[in-house]
Design a protein around this ligand. Structure first.
Ligand SMILES: [Zn+2]
Length: 292
């Protein structure tokens, strides 16, 4: 992240100096900076998360797993990103616990989600597609100002819902996080192996590309935004730890799970998983293949 050198803030300079030592000879090549801005450390982290997820979901079939994405909230203070994400962690647990009290099939529900942050200026907002504009307008009527970025906090990742229809999960989440397309739950592809699906999903969830997507175009964040965001993330994330949410299944004696009564006739046509259209994710995917 050469850009950090030019942003002028003391935080960014300290962060850059830490990243410069990462893997360098000064510490006999042993020092890992563990900052989310570091491409090397992020790459290692993604690899570890992917291997852990493949192990964790080994007992599940492709059709028990789904990609999930929830747009949590928006704030114009970078320091509120963590708080927003932590509150979501609590809310998600409450939603799952409430379901578990009423419906036994939710005992086996699992979630593994990661923080992603988008950033937009008031100018960017004007150029968004209508759904995204509606969604952000409902959540954060902040876009009248153009003084700095609005940070949009999102969680993406994998859910395991054996015995529960993914649409039931989506609908439950939508009740807790209502609004235009804030919740997206899609089943894993049948034509790919489970490990491929997990690999794609985790690469997508952890991509952190620091770009603002405006329709078909994506613009890199201004250097000042990157410096502000990554300095904050370094302070808050405890070396990636805080950026992850994991919900485990309840240990139960009987695995006699009652299947969901969800009405399949009402299901909408399945949309493709979002990452199939993303060049950047294919790029990551190929890197992943090369490394595995
Ligand atoms: Zn590093």
């Amino acid at each position: 992240m050469e850009e950090l050198a030019y942003s002028g803030s003391a935080d960014a300079a300290a962060l850059r100096s830490r990243m410069t030592r990462c893997g360098g000879e000064e510490w006999n090549y042993q020092f890992s900076c563990r900052t989310p801005a570091c491409a090397t450390c992020r790459g290692r982290y993604i690899g570890r998360q992917r291997r852990a997820a493949i192990k964790r979901f080994a007992k599940h079939e492709n059709h028990d797993l789904a990609f999930a994405s929830i747009v949590i909230g928006a704030t114009d203070y970078v320091d509120e990103i963590g708080e927003t994400f932590m509150k979501f962690r609590k809310d998600l647990r409450n939603v799952v616990d409430a379901n578990r009290r009423q419906r036994r099939r939710w005992s086996n529900f699992e979630a593994l989600l990661w923080l992603e942050t988008d950033a937009l200026s008031g100018d960017d907002f004007v150029h968004l597609g209508s759904d995204k504009k509606a969604q952000l307008g409902e959540m954060a009527p902040l876009f009248v100002r153009d003084s700095g970025p609005v940070w949009v906090v999102t969680a993406h990742g994998v859910i395991a819902c054996p015995g529960i229809d993914y649409q039931e999960v989506a609908e439950d989440f939508r009740q807790r996080w209502p609004g235009t397309k804030r919740v997206d739950v899609r089943p894993f592809y049948d034509h790919q192996t489970k490990d491929q699906n997990l690999g794609y999903t985790i690469n997508y969830a952890l991509k952190h590309e620091c770009r603002t997507h405006l329709g078909q175009f994506a613009e890199p964040w201004p250097v000042g935004w990157m410096a502000e965001y990554y300095s904050y993330l370094h302070r808050w994330s405890r070396g990636f730890q805080s950026t992850r949410i994991s919900i485990s299944p309840v240990a139960i004696k009987s695995t006699n799970v009652i299947l969901s009564q969800y009405n399949k006739d009402e299901l909408e046509e399945r949309e493709p998983l979002p990452f199939i259209y993303s060049d950047s994710v294919f790029h990551t995917y190929y890197n992943w293949k090369d490394r595995t």
